[in-house]
Design a protein around this ligand. Structure first.
Ligand SMILES: NC(=O)C1=CN([C@@H]2O[C@H](COP(=O)(O)OP(=O)(O)OC[C@H]3O[C@@H](n4cnc5c(N)ncnc54)[C@H](O)[C@@H]3O)[C@@H](O)[C@H]2O)C=CC1
Length: 395
C-alpha cells in the first residue's frame, strides 16, 4: 500500500518541508497551526459550513457522499486538516496522503474535484479563523492544499495503473456466532492482493456510499476468499446490515487494503498479541501468516472479552494452538482488559525481545500501548491500526 513516493511527490514535499528539517517548524506550519488552534473550538460549525459550500457550489459532488452524513460528515475535512497539521513531516504526510488519494478512487473522486474542495476549505477557514487569518496565512494554506491535493492526485493516478478502484465481492457464507457477531466469507470478483493483518473498507448494497473498515480475519488464501468478523453495534449502519441482513449471494464492494500491522518476516522476534473482542480477527490472520511461512517464532496471544460468550472464536484459536507448538492463546475474561492485562502479561514474559500487536476497541488500544510501554517494549515495536481509522470501524 504505502509504496515509495513518486519523484514528483517527493519534490513537492521536499519543497514544503525544507524548513521542517530543523526542529523549528516552518513559517507555513506555524501559520497553519495557528489557524487550527483557532478553529478547534468551533470545529462543528466549520464542518457544516465547509460541506454546505462544497455542495451548494458543486451540487454534482453531493452524490459522491452518503445520504446520511454522520461518520462520513467530517472525514474529508478532518483528513485535510490532519494533513495540513503534518505539512512539515513528509514521513507521516506522504504515506497518509497516498493512502487517502488511492482510497478516494472508490468514491469516484477525479482530479477536477480538488479545486472545488480547496475553495470551500479556504472560505470556511477565512470565515471561522478570523483572528489569525490574513494574506500570509491564506497563502500558506493555499500552498499546503496545493501540495496535499497533488500528492493525492498522483497517488490515485499511479494506483489506477495497477488496481481497480473497488472490488465486488459476493457473500459465500454467513455464520452467526453469537446473536450479534457474524463471520462472513466473501469471494472478490478479481484477485485481491493484501497482507495478513491489514484491513479493507466495505460498502453494503443497502447503504450506498457508507463505507466502514474491517480487518481480514485470515491470511491470503489459495482460493482467494476473504473473511471478516463483524459485531453489530447499536446504530451501526454497516455492521447491522452485515450481521442481520447479509446472506450468501449478496454482493458487497471492497476498497483497497490498508494498514501496517503486518508481520516482519525478516526477524524471528517473538510476537506478543493483544486482542479485544472482534479485534481477534487480524491476530488470527497474523498467526496463519506465521504458520504459512513455516516459522517457529513464539507467538503469545492474550484474547480479552467481556464474557465467555464473547469469546466467539475461542475454539478456532485453541485448534490453532494444538497444531502449532510455538503458539499460546490465553483468554482474559472480564470487564477491564486494561486492569487485568498488565498482570496477565506480567505473569509471563520476559518480553524484551518481542514485537507487539494490538487490535480491538480504541480505548483498549490506548491502554494496551501504555501497558506494553510500561513493561519495556519500545513504541516503535508496538503495531496497531490508526485510531482515527478505527473510529470508522464500529458502525
Ligand atoms: N484492527 C483492529 O484494531 C480491529 C479493531 N476492532 C475493534 O474492536 C472492537 C471490538 O468490539 P467488541 O467486540 O464490542 O469489544 P468489547 O467492547 O467487548 O471489548 C473487548 C475487550 O476489550 C476490553 N476493553 C474495551 N474497552 C476498553 C478500554 N477502554 N480499555 C481497556 N480495555 C477495554 C474489554 O474489557 C474486553 O476485554 C470494535 O471497536 C472494533 O472496531 C475490530 C477488529 C479489528
Amino acid at each position: 500500500m504505502d509504496a515509495p513516493p513518486t519523484s514528483s511527490a517527493r519534490r513537492k514535499v521536499a519543497r514544503i518541508s525544507t524548513a521542517g528539517k530543523a526542529t523549528e517548524p516552518s513559517p507555513d506550519a506555524v501559520l497553519i497551526r495557528r489557524t487550527l488552534a483557532e478553529i478547534g473550538p468551533v470545529a462543528d460549525k466549520v464542518t457544516s459550513y465547509f460541506y454546505a459550500l462544497v455542495f451548494t457550489g458543486h451540487p454534482e459532488l453531493r452524490a459522491m457522499f452518503p445520504a446520511a452524513m454522520d461518520v462520513q460528515r467530517d472525514r474529508l475535512l478532518k483528513a485535510l486538516l490532519t494533513a495540513a497539521e503534518h505539512i512539515d513531516d513528509p514521513d507521516v504526510l506522504l504515506p497518509y496522503l497516498r493512502r487517502l488519494g488511492t482510497g478516494h478512487r472508490k468514491y469516484g473522486t477525479l482530479p477536477q474535484h480538488y479545486p472545488a474542495v480547496g475553495e470551500a476549505l479556504i472560505h470556511a477557514l477565512t470565515r471561522y479563523a478570523e483572528r489569525s487569518w490574513g494574506p500570509e496565512t491564506e497563502a500558506a494554506w493555499v500552498r499546503a492544499y496545493t501540495s496535499i491535493s497533488q500528492i493525492m492526485i498522483d497517488a490515485a493516478a499511479e494506483d489506477e495503473l495497477k488496481s481497480p478502484a473497488w472490488w465486488h465481492a459476493e457473500v459465500v457464507s454467513h455464520d452467526l456466532r453469537t446473536p450479534d457477531i457474524a463471520v462472513l466469507t466473501v469471494r472478490p470478483d478479481q484477485p485481491y492482493p493484501f497482507l495478513a493483518g491489514q484491513y479493507t473498507s466495505l460498502e453494503t448494497p443497502w447503504w450506498p456510499r457508507v463505507w466502514r473498515h474491517y480487518s481480514f480475519a485470515s491470511a491470503p488464501r489459495q482460493d482467494g476468499l476473504l473473511s471478516f468478523h463483524v459485531k453489530a453495534v447499536p446504530a451501526g449502519w454497516v455492521s447491522n446490515a452485515l450481521v442481520r441482513r447479509a446472506r450468501p449471494g449478496d454482493v458487497l464492494r471492497l476498497g483497497p487494503p490498508a494498514g501496517s500491522m503486518v508481520v516482519d518476516h525478516s526477524t524471528d522476534n517473538g510476537m506478543l498479541c493483544l486482542a479485544g473482542g472482534t479485534g481477534i480477527a487480524p491476530i488470527k490472520a497474523l498467526i496463519e501468516d506465521v504458520a504459512g511461512h513455516g516459522e517457529r517464532r513464539p507467538v503469545e496471544v492474550f484474547f480479552g472479552a467481556r464474557s465467555d460468550s464473547d469469546l466467539y472464536d475461542k475454539d478456532t484459536l485453541l485448534g490453532l494452538q494444538r497444531s502449532h507448538p510455538w503458539l499460546s492463546v490465553r483468554p482474559v475474561v472480564g470487564d477491564g482488559l486494561a486492569g487485568q492485562l498488565p498482570q496477565a502479561i506480567g505473569e509471563h514474559g520476559p518480553w524484551n525481545s518481542y514485537d507487539a500487536f494490538i487490535s480491538g476497541p480504541p480505548g483498549m488500544i490506548r491502554s494496551g500501548v501504555d501497558a506494553l510501554k510500561r513493561i519495556g517494549i519500545p513504541g516503535e515495536r508496538i503495531r496497531h491500526d490508526a485510531l482515527e481509522e478505527l473510529a470508522g470501524v464500529a458502525g
